[in-house]
Ligand binder design. Structure first.
Ligand code: SF4
Ligand code: SF4
Length: 143
């Protein structure tokens, strides 16, 4: 390569390389899109159904079955407003669902497609007090 062209080639690399390295550096610091999270209704809601939760949900993503409520994971915006409202402590963030109750993550997703939307509070089921805290109520879930 003639001396003139060799010099021009080296100069251009020295000029361009900081530009590209900065671009690469910037792309490495782009904000990452967080994975979508949801809240999940679990075992202790079965046969209680107090419905305090539906009053606070800003996107109306609760769905009502005969003796249980579920949250549609595609609609939940992960605001956490419903969690402290539940008198039965039945609502958890998806990543904090108690061990052994992981099945409710799939049940919320499945039943939200099947049951009607509920947006207003109503009376809890007649034996809600009696069933509050009883373990393993999945066997009583009516779909
Ligand atoms: S407040 Fe709790 S127990 Fe009542 S319907 Fe909502 S999730 Fe179920
Ligand atoms: S976390 Fe927020 S959006 Fe999701 S169900 Fe609860 S109140 Fe609704």
């Amino acid at each position: 390569m003639p001396y003139f062209y060799l010099n021009a080639f080296i100069d251009s690399r020295l000029f361009i390389s900081p530009f590209f390295s900065r671009r690469l550096d910037e792309s490495a610091h782009q904000p990452q899109v967080a994975a979508a999270m949801t809240f999940v209704v679990t075992d202790n809601c079965i046969l209680c159904k107090h419905t305090d939760c539906v009053e606070v949900c800003p996107v109306d993503c609760f769905y009502e079955g005969p003796n249980f409520l579920v949250i549609d994971p595609d609609e939940c915006i992960d605001c956490a407003l419903c969690e402290p409202e539940c008198p039965a402590n039945a609502i958890f963030s998806e990543d904090e669902v108690p061990k052994g109750q992981e099945i409710y993550i799939g049940l919320n997703e499945e039943l939200a497609q099947k049951w009607p939307n509920i947006t207003e509070m109503k009376d809890s089921l007649p034996d809600a007090e009696k069933w509050d805290g009883v373990e393993d109520k999945l066997q009583y879930l009516e779909k």
